[in-house]
Design a protein around this ligand. Structure first.
Ligand code: KIV
Ligand code: ZN
Length: 398
């Protein structure tokens, strides 16, 4: 955009970098029904790499032979991104994960265990036993790989003291990234910022690692929570294309990246993402996962850059910044979509007809406008062909 934001946005050089960790191929693919084929996973990984994602979580290698093969091949093909695999807190999972990612130029093992009371009950470990397990598994992962990420699953419902204790153990055992998952999308933005801030201030060794935020969208707050976590000191955002993920999904990559780009005045953080690649990858993920994008989805929805009402269309024709805070081209869309419907006004009709090659005199336009409104009352959207027919009938009838 022009000076609406430019005057206040610090240049990228002066912004602190936030790492974008994409988990479309792991957490995203875990949503029921979103399974992708081997070839589709490789294609999406290639697009993620090309668009500048820093870390691709390519899968959960122990989960199936197919996941293992996909992660291994993505690891070998990746040009720029770190390739990460997920492993539960046991030696077998971690070994399998390492086998899959070790062919990458920059491999990462991501290991996790549920630390909240509800999650501790599942493996039936008491606090001390779990602490011991964390020490043992992170140490093992670190002996295999220089780059280890550790997550206390359901961190946002874990007792404060225990959360600090487990994170300290993971850092001492060699984890260089500590991810704080809001596994069930329970937290709220003020808490999200506060939690990261307090962890960094409290846990010994916290200033030597990167804190990551991993939010789910059960209450529709995943993007807000991720950005709040960054304000609190997190420097890695975990996200997926289109917010794909279990239940209500994960933080949407396109939302956090565009929020940081558009509102750099209050969130001065840079990412390495080429935002002009967003629309294409969004469409590919929707197609291969079989999860269509809702029409009014922020950034990538069909209506995100569409205008139907007369006031909005008139404003847009005079100055696009009246009703758009980003340019469509910023996300890889050719142009704003002026949708002709019953709320459209005469200025939009004139402009649309001009684009279609018809420059009508005022009296002709008046006549077409009356018939356009009649048609628009019967039809949700009036397409270019409808407009051409309206004009031609008018001309023929004269
Ligand atoms: O939501 C979650 O807790 C996860 C972990 C495996 C990081 O996806
Ligand atoms: Zn998750």
């Amino acid at each position: 955009m022009t000076d609406q934001t430019n005057n206040r946005v610090p240049s990228s050089a002066s912004k602190e970098r936030v790492v974008i960790f994409d988990t479309t191929l792991r957490d995203g693919e875990q949503s029921p029904g979103a399974t992708m084929t081997h070839a589709e996973k490789l294609e999406i990984a290639g697009l993620l790499d090309e668009m500048g994602v820093d870390i691709i979580e390519a899968g959960f290698p122990i989960a199936s032979e197919g996941d293992f093969r996909a992660v291994s091949e993505i690891a070998k093909n990746s040009k720029n991104a770190v390739i990460c695999g997920l492993a539960r807190a046991n030696i077998k999972d971690i070994d399998r994960c390492w086998e899959a990612v070790k062919g990458a130029a920059q491999p990462r093992i991501h290991t996790f265990i549920g630390t909240s009371p509800l999650h501790r009950a599942i493996p039936n470990l008491d606090m001390d036993q779990m602490a011991e397990r964390i020490h043992e598994t992170v140490t093992h992962a670190r002996n295999l790989c220089d780059n280890v990420q550790w997550s206390p699953m359901d961190a946002t419902r874990t007792e404060w003291d225990y959360l600090c204790r487990t994170i300290e153990i993971a850092i001492k055992a060699g984890a260089s990234t500590i991810n704080i998952p809001d596994t069930v999308g329970y937290t709220a933005p003020v808490e999200s910022a506060d939690l990261i801030r307090r962890l960094i201030a409290t846990v010994p060794g916290a200033d030597e690692v990167i804190f990551a935020t991993h939010c789910h969208n059960d209450l529709g707050m995943a993007t807000a929570n991720a950005l709040a976590a960054v304000a609190g000191g997190a420097r890695q955002i975990e996200c997926t294309i289109n917010g794909l993920g279990e239940r209500a999904g994960n933080t949407a990559l396109e939302e956090v990246v565009m929020a940081l780009k558009v509102r750099g005045d209050i969130m001065p953080y840079a990412t390495g993402i080429d935002t002009t690649k967003i629309m294409n990858i969004s469409r590919r993920v929707a197609t291969v996962s079989g999860f269509p994008v809702q029409f009014n989805k922020a950034i990538v929805g069909k209506n995100a850059f569409a205008h139907e009402s007369g006031i909005h269309q008139d404003g847009m024709l005079k100055n696009a910044e009246t009703f758009e805070i980003m340019r469509p081209s910023d996300v890889g869309l050719a142009e704003t979509n002026i949708v002709m419907g019953k709320h459209s006004g005469r200025a939009a009709l004139r402009s649309k007809l001009h684009d279609l090659g018809y420059d009508l005199a005022d009296n002709q336009l008046k006549d077409v406008f009356v018939r356009f409104k009649e048609l628009a009352d019967r039809k949700k959207e009036v397409y270019d062909e409808d407009l051409i027919a309206l004009v031609n009938v008018g001309i023929d009838g004269e």
